[in-house]
Ligand binder design. Sequence first.
Ligand SMILES: [Zn+2]
Length: 209
Amino acid sequence: MEKLKSITIENNEKYLRQISKTVDINDPEIHNNIVVLQDYCMQNDVMAMAGVQLGIPKRIVYVKNTNLEILNKRLTDEGKEETKDYNEAKVLINPEIISKDGLTTFWEACASCSWYENGIEMWYTGKVKRPFKIRLKYLDLEGNYHENEFEGFEATVLCHEIDHLDGVLHKDIADEVLVLTKEERIELRKKEGYTVIKKTGDYEQLKNA
Ligand SMILES: [Zn+2]
């Protein structure tokens, strides 16, 4: 199988900036679109992907890994082998955040925000504030309506992906942006990992305090 490539800001920033279209659940292409996202997620070490990152500007998100323990395990070759089949396989169609509570920070990276410099992959790595807890409405692949709460690191990943659907990148909203290699990012996250500042309270107010 040909390796799928993410659209990056380097090769098409304008494309990534578009607002993705709401999915008609009877769209005959939607199952194939999800398969494309799933294949990419299984071939690459990513947490999740939004459709627009792979040339599908529809409001779809595929979630593979939001488990910090598993993500940390994957930093060693042994752990990588042990966790290679790990997949949450969550499909979110037309996700919409209803409420945001609490405050966290994390040094985020993005499959669409990397490029090569002298053969080395460099990444925009941004310290981003996100809510600790979100309430989300979305459809699954069968068209069933869901309304659920997500909290902790999963909420951070979901917020990052849902931003993609509105053409927003992590580097746009980060308090601080660094250009790092993957190794440098791993070191930075060891020193300053996912941080919960507050679990409750209105996110918008906490963010601007
Ligand atoms: Zn991203």
